[in-house]
Design a protein around this ligand. Structure first.
Ligand SMILES: [Zn+2]
Ligand SMILES: [Zn+2]
Length: 1162
């Protein structure tokens, strides 16, 4: 990657060397990208399954409509805490809690962002983690929601939230009303206007509905949802923090608006008592105005439910089972508090208005909110259990497949052959139908062959479908699995003629209806039965004859394919009157449909279980919910409900739900171990390969003639081929997705390369006696400890302080102090100063723009000092002087901009345009300006430092602004002290650092072999990179995101631009360290490749460590953090590779503007 002087090498060898380097780089990149992406398959897979049957509750719902109010970003304590004078900030809601509603705390999950929060509320499942890879704003997957299940939904609110539910919903029954996105300006005018807008819109909507008869009729229908999304509180919280008067006043405003809306709604519906109200929030907010992580202030949100079907305020006398002290704080000890998980609200809303629970919901119905009969509760819970179980058992659905197969044959068979027409040649069907030889065999006797030219061959799976096609006119039944059936299907065309679309079809004696209700199927034998059973009644024959007659004529029809349809039959159809009638005629009890169904299903299940074990021999099903246990559970629950033992039924259903949810997780994480093993194997292989390459090319080992003979290498190749084939066959049997092949096959070539390089290992073993063993061992121990320290520092930033303190002693321990006293002391002080930063809190810092200004001045002072002191050794050209002066002026301007912006925002005058222009031009120019400066070592570094500091100042709000200057100071000392270390080891002759030019080519003959000390150098580099990452914030946590730091650039909320700017802020210290490393490579005459390989090994070891620390248990926060650590380290390695190229260009290239060229090269 460096500009080497290749002149003394033969052109061909230069080419191969370069080629090899590029190949290595590309292979390394591929390996890391694959390992990096592997966790998206291992951990970030979508938990959602599709294709379940919606489960509606059989009993009439208590409410006809639902009003859902979500106060975005409202904390539970902000709403419930009383004012000092004992009154409430939200008197209306307080009154509801005390009189007519049920309340509690809704526990949200990480990430506490708006989109996941609303998904949990409305669709009942938690953030689909695969969304991480696909951006936060859009829903990556289709999902079902309460809105989608409703008859109509009207939404008012933010353009950020509403469209995703309108888009997610099928059909056109979700209507959204949003204000323009520019209204959401954090800082300018009063954000509570957003809420006033919503309330005004809702009121005028109901007003207009009074005079609009069609709208009124629609509103009077049942299963309607009205959704009010109130963004004002969230916006005010971000802009002014939740303790501010703006935030608290907004709560009052929402409460008053809510009271008005409720009266408008009640008035419109004539106080019919059929409206249910749910008031909650999507997430809370930290004291410093952010959300996203798992702090209680973010995860505790209020829930107040009242209206139709909801339990009134329940007074309690004894203490409640919550010991978090909130009840006392909120003075609500006397009222029953019912806490829920956020996803539980979805089934609650569904049961209130009687729509099916959203298909992917994992919520458990909070029964204590319901004011209804025990039977209703039990039935609701049963529906909930079945709905959750549906998701669990989906992979084993076989009935649906049979129908799909039929559908396929009906729709895809070429209908031209229907009827008596001769088949058209040339189609697959024709081949299948014509010239079919048919023989009959009884024992050993075989009949002569008869060739069929038309008709259906016997014993073939396709034949029944074809038979139907031949015997009936072609008709089409479309079994529509989509949630909404509003759009019409285009009819199937046969020779330009449309096929008649019918709602039912009789197929092999079963009536299949397009809605799959099976009522027709049960009704038809009933009709026949009523006439047929009467006939033998007149005959007055004995009962055995009657029973036989029943079995032969009625039961055979009635129970035809009972396993297919019985499960999704309605309760009424299940009773099958015909059985009762027949019982009356026969005069003795006959087996009812229930038991016939159970018996048949059991038979079928045994078959399937056997199938499973023979097909995929390695499959271990979830033990708690095998097929038979599921059936047993459901059967038992039904019986308990029939016996009116509702309590027992409810608890049984709850057990079933928890088992099913566990089972869902079990299957979702089923492949994890297997994939993890192969990734680790590949990882270890890659790391060993890098180590071997390093030893081979950059270390002075005693070379030995290769022990690996040609034959061995061939055998190795063949072995690898065998392993590849074995793995492929194995994956084929398992029907694995395509990415699994990559993860499992990648270790093979990696280990092949390792084994091929095993000669280096023997070289190493042979050179062991000549090595200073104890020193080597000591070094490895130190580095191992160092890596551990870095791993721990990901969890506790303070570990970096410990590390820096230890590093500060390095010159004293290594004896450098005696040779360079001033430099050693500077190093010591620099380390200690930098050690202070990891101790500062990441979040909750009060903005202090004076510190930013001071930092700017300090930067100016130090750079002026440096230029002054070095003017003797390296005189500046005029143009360089001009550039430095203009850059320093620029820093001065940038130091002033944040405080100007801050005061302007505080006076609510918005962001001044001039400041915004300065900020964006600074950002854009920051990577270009240094390229204009001289490539002399310290001149270029100073220019980079000034330009990056200017940008960093604009992105700072307080003490963190000091971080780049302190880091740069330490880096400056490091460059100098490394020179000293080189000298002390007698590696090279002294070259004045300030005379080194970045753009000069390195003489390749002077590049030296690796020393043990270079491991230390690389480790320092990794250490400083991590320090640059975690010095001012914890980028592993979303919490360190403080929107205030980007206010110089924009104030309208835009997560992507804001995130990008924050990322840039994180990268700036990173670039400083990177440039230093580049300088050290130049100064110590080391090939960048070898140093970089050591860095690669160190960071790969860390990545491996984090791969093991990734956990799939514990809280979501723990899981998320552990994964993000892995992501950081992995992406760091990839990033370092790319950035080292960028930094090389950044330091060694020079842009020459027109006309100035002459002045630079005198
Ligand atoms: Zn939100
Ligand atoms: Zn927010």
């Amino acid at each position: 990657m460096r500009g080497y002087d290749w002149s003394h090498l033969r052109p061909s060898s230069v080419l191969t060397l370069k080629m090899r380097m590029i190949t290595f780089f590309l292979v390394g990149l591929t390996v890391h990208v694959v390992f990096f992406l592997s966790i998206f398959d291992i951990y970030f897979t979508s938990p959602l399954v599709h294709g379940m049957t919606p489960q509606a509750m059989p009993l009439a719902p208590p409410a006809s409509r639902l009003v859902l109010i979500v106060a975005d970003g409202l904390r539970a304590d902000s709403l419930f805490t009383l004012l000092p004078n004992g009154s409430s900030r939200a008197p209306y809601l307080r009154n509801v809690i005390e009189e007519k509603g049920t309340w509690g705390v809704s526990h949200t999950r990480v990430p506490t962002e708006s989109r996941p929060g609303h998904v949990a509320l409305i669709a009942g499942f938690y953030e689909d983690v695969s969304a991480v890879a696909k951006g936060w704003k859009e829903n990556p997957v289709e999902f079902d929601s309460v809105f989608n299940e409703s008859r109509h939904t009207w939404c008012w609110g933010s353009p950020d939230i509403l469209p995703m539910f309108a888009k997610g919903a099928s059909g056109d029954h979700v209507y959204t009303h949003t204000y323009p996105a520019v209204e959401e300006d954090f800082a300018s005018t009063d954000a509570s206007r957003l809420d006033t807008w919503v309330f005004t819109q809702v009121k005028s909507f109901f007003q207009s509905a009074k005079s609009n008869s069609t709208l009124k009729a629609t509103l009077l229908e049942d299963r309607n949802v009205y959704f009010l999304h109130l963004l004002g509180i969230d916006t005010n919280g971000h802009a002014h923090r939740p303790m501010s008067q703006e935030y608290l006043d907004n709560i009052g405003l929402v409460d008053a608006g809510l009271a008005e809306v409720v009266s408008v709604v009640e008035d419109f519906f004539g106080y019919d008592g059929r409206t249910a109200y749910v008031f909650t929030s999507d997430h809370g907010m930290t004291n410093w105005g952010s959300h996203g992580a798992g702090h209680p202030s973010e995860t505790l949100t209020p829930l107040v439910v009242w209206g139709a079907g909801v339990h009134n305020a329940h007074k309690v006398t004894q203490s409640q089972p919550y010991n978090d002290g909130y009840l006392q704080d909120w003075k609500l000890e006397h009222l029953r508090r019912v806490d829920v998980n956020q996803a539980d609200i979805a089934p609650l809303m569904a049961s209130l208005i009687g729509v099916p629970i959203p298909l992917n919901s994992v919520g458990v119905l909070p029964l204590l909110y319901l004011n209804n009969s025990d039977q209703f509760k039990a039935e609701s819970m049963y529906t909930n259990a079945i709905q959750v179980l549906e998701q669990f058992k989906l992979p084993n659905t076989y009935v649906r497949n049979a129908i799909c197969g039929l559908q396929f044959s009906l729709q895809h068979s070429d209908p031209g052959q229907a009827g008596t027409e001769a088949p058209q040649p040339g189609t697959a069907l024709t081949d299948f139908l014509t010239n079919r030889p048919q023989v009959l065999r009884i024992g050993d006797n075989t009949s002569s062959t008869l060739v069929l030219s038309t008709g259906t061959p016997q014993g073939c799976v396709l034949s029944p479908a074809l038979f139907t096609l031949f015997t009936t006119r072609p008709k089409e039944v479309i079994v529509d699995y989509r949630r909404s059936r509003r759009t019409k299907h285009t009819p199937l065309l046969i020779h330009g003629e449309a096929v008649e679309g019918v709602s039912n079809i009789k197929f092999l004696g079963i009536h299949i209806t397009s809605d799959l209700t099976w009522s027709m199927n049960t009704a038809s034998p009933g009709k026949k039965g009523s006439t047929k059973t009467l006939l033998p009644q007149e005959a007055e024959t004995c009962w055995t004859l009657l029973t036989n007659f029943y079995r032969a004529t009625i039961k055979s029809i009635l129970c035809l394919s009972v396993a297919v349809w019985y499960g999704s039959c309605t309760a009424k159809n299940r009773k099958a009157r015909v059985v009762k009638t027949a019982q009356g005629v026969v005069g003795s009890p006959l087996p009812d449909l229930d038991s016939i169904y159970a018996g048949r299903i059991q038979k079928k299940m045994k078959m399937i279980q056997k199938k499973e074990t023979t097909l995929s021999f390695l499959f271990t099903p979830y033990q708690l919910l095998t097929e038979s246990k599921q059936a047993e559970f459901i059967h038992k629950a039904r019986i308990l409900i029939q016996l009116e033992k509702y309590e027992d039924a409810i608890s049984l259903c709850q057990t079933l739900i928890s088992h099913a949810l566990e089972g869902l997780v079990y299957y979702h994480t089923y492949d994890r171990f297997f994939l993890g093993c192969s990734v680790v194997l590949g990882f270890v292989g890659w790391t060993s390969y890098v180590v071997l390459i390093l030893l081979k090319t950059h270390a002075s080992l005693n070379r030995h003639p290769s022990l690996l003979k040609q034959g061995h290498s061939h055998a190795l190749g063949r072995l690898c081929l065998c392993v590849t084939v074995l793995i492929t066959v194995f994956l084929l049997i398992q029907k694995s997705p395509i990415t699994y092949y990559i993860y499992c096959l990648l270790p093979v070539p990696v280990w092949y390369s390792v084994l091929k390089e095993s000669g280096t290992l023997t070289d190493l073993i042979h050179s062991v006696p000549s090595l200073p063993l104890w020193k080597c061992f000591g070094y490895f121990m130190l580095v191992a400890f160092g890596i551990e320290l870095l791993v721990v520092s990901f969890f506790h930033r303070a570990m970096l302080t410990v590390g820096l303190t230890v590093l500060s002693l390095w010159p004293f321990l290594s004896g450098l102090f005696g040779k360079a006293k001033f430099r050693s002391l500077s190093w010591f002080l620099g380390c200690l100063c930098l050690a202070a930063f990891p101790l500062m809190p990441v979040v909750g810092r009060e903005p202090n723009t004076h510190l930013v200004t001071c930092t700017g001045l300090l930067t100016l002072f130090t750079s002026a000092c440096y230029l002054w002191s070095s003017r003797q050794r390296t005189p500046l050209h005029l143009s360089d002087r001009q550039q430095f002066v203009s850059q320093m002026l620029h820093v001065a301007v940038c130091a002033y901009v944040p405080s100007l912006t801050h005061s302007s925002l505080q006076q609510k005058q918005g962001l001044p345009l001039l400041n915004q222009i300065i900020s964006w031009t600074t950002l854009a120019s920051s990577m270009v300006v240094p390229l204009l400066s001289s490539t002399r070592l310290f001149h270029r570094l100073l220019s980079i430092f000034l330009s990056l500091t200017a940008t960093y100042l604009l992105l700072s709000t307080g003490s963190e602004a000091l971080f780049p200057p302190v880091l740069s100071w330490l880096m400056f000392v490091w460059i100098n002290i490394e020179q000293e270390a080189m000298l002390s080891q007698g590696v090279s002759s002294r070259q004045e650092l300030s005379t080194i030019d970045f753009s000069a080519n390195i003489d390749i003959t002077k590049i030296r072999q690796l020393k043990l000390d270079d491991i230390r150098r690389s480790y320092f580099f990794v250490f400083f990179i991590i320090t640059a990452f975690f010095g001012t914030g914890n980028i592993a946590s979303i919490n360190s995101f403080d929107p205030a730091s980007v206010y110089c650039f924009l104030t309208v909320f835009n997560p992507f631009i804001m995130g990008g700017l924050m990322m840039w802020k994180v990268i700036i210290p990173f670039i400083i360290v990177m440039c230093t490393f580049e300088t050290i490579q130049v100064a110590t005459q080391l090939s960048s490749r070898s140093l970089f390989l050591i860095v690669l090994v160190i960071s790969d070891l860390m990545a491996l460590h984090f791969f093991f620390l990734v956990q799939d248990y514990g809280s979501w926060l723990d899981i998320g953090t552990s994964i993000s650590h892995y992501v950081i380290v992995m992406s760091m390695t990839i990033f370092l590779m790319l950035l080292s190229v960028v930094t090389h260009i950044f330091t060694s290239r020079r842009l020459i503007l027109w006309g100035r060229a002459k002045m630079h090269f005198p």
